[in-house]
Ligand binder design. Sequence first.
Ligand SMILES: Nc1ncnc2c1ncn2[C@@H]1O[C@H](COP(=O)(O)OP(=O)(O)OP(=O)(O)O)[C@@H](O)[C@H]1O
Ligand SMILES: [Mg+2]
Length: 408
Amino acid sequence: MNTIVGLDVGSTKICCLVGEVTEDEQLRIIGSGIVRSQGIKQGVVVDVEKVSESILAAVEKAEQISGYHIENAYVGVTGAHISSVNSRGRATINRNDHEITTDDVERALENAQAIAFPHNREIIHVIPRGFMVDGENGVRDPVGIHGYRLDVEAHIVTGAMTSLQNLEKCMTNAGIGVTDFILQPLASGEAVLRESEREMGVIMVDIGGGTTDIAVFINGSVWHTISLKVGGNHITNDIATGLQVPFSVAEDLKIRYGHALETAVDEDKTLDVVAFGDDSEQAVSRSDLVSVIYARVEEMFELILREVKRTGYDTLLPAGLVLCGGTASLSGIRALGQQTMDMPVRIGAPHDLEGLVDSLGSPAYATAVGLLQWGMRYADLPQGRSRRQEDGWWKRLGNWFNGAILPG
Ligand SMILES: Nc1ncnc2c1ncn2[C@@H]1O[C@H](COP(=O)(O)OP(=O)(O)OP(=O)(O)O)[C@@H](O)[C@H]1O
Ligand SMILES: [Mg+2]
């Protein structure tokens, strides 16, 4: 039995999940530790000590429940320091038989990485988007095909070395090794997307507390990834400022009475809240609350739309947008997304979970569950290129093609 650990270090919560892969390849959750996150701002570590403590607390809880001693974990990364680029690489096949091998694929992918990255960046993922053999497009698994020239289109994700080092330091302080860093929206995509959506073309959007993580999937593979510095905390901040209540009251109002659509409030209601410590009640209008939420969420969708248009892939996404992350639980957000983005929107959440599932089927746990699913699918495969420099790291690619990124 294989045990996998995933650690989602979010701006709002830190979630450590322990999963077992059963003999029939099912994932069974055997433990979870979820704690409030401290020291993370917009996806990045701003206080090493606090983050280390939070990680340790989440890990200890998950250990207690699962009875499993955690040594390593797949860790989700996000933040404005992440950037991604699509690049092409080539390998010439000079052998007599001209049959493409995993070595040739490795050479083509190495070649795709031979673009100038600033020295302070670290490669997190190198994901093939598609191959071309002798100029022939649309090859998914080139191994075994005969040809003279192999081209690969790769999606390369990099992060700021310092941000990754800080996160790794927190992990080390908590006594946990990093199996691999996984870009959070790629993990979330594992948990919430259907294979058919990835094939057709879909945008995965994870709106958490501090960040909005976006991944565009086309033809079954990832074509674009980005993290925006905006999330549910901004909605709460707007409520706090707009209605002049403390952040904690604003958060409570958002979750209990919030709605993304102004039209949902047909008749104004007054909500009484205890705003400041003196127990005196303050009246808040629900329609004011909803107006504030509407304005911010609409702006968030406009930002997402602008980002997707900027990529030029906006016409290649018939499956629309799949929304997850804690903010996806906001009432009316699906309808507002559909209206603003003018495309189908659905709320995605982890599904078909087995074991100690509790609330893990909610959109907020997409990344944490997705990290386990990622680990299950791509364990020991060369996603964390820079962390796996050992010889032959690419040799196992053969297995990878049988995975869902590039079904063979
Ligand atoms: N029912 C709800 N309605 C509106 N917002 C909600 C609801 N439930 C949770 N949220 C919001 O979701 C956000 C937290 O989402 P999530 O747990 O996905 O964040 P995170 O993963 O810790 O953060 P990030 O991914 O940005 O680093 C908070 O802003 C919270 O207010
Ligand atoms: Mg998150």
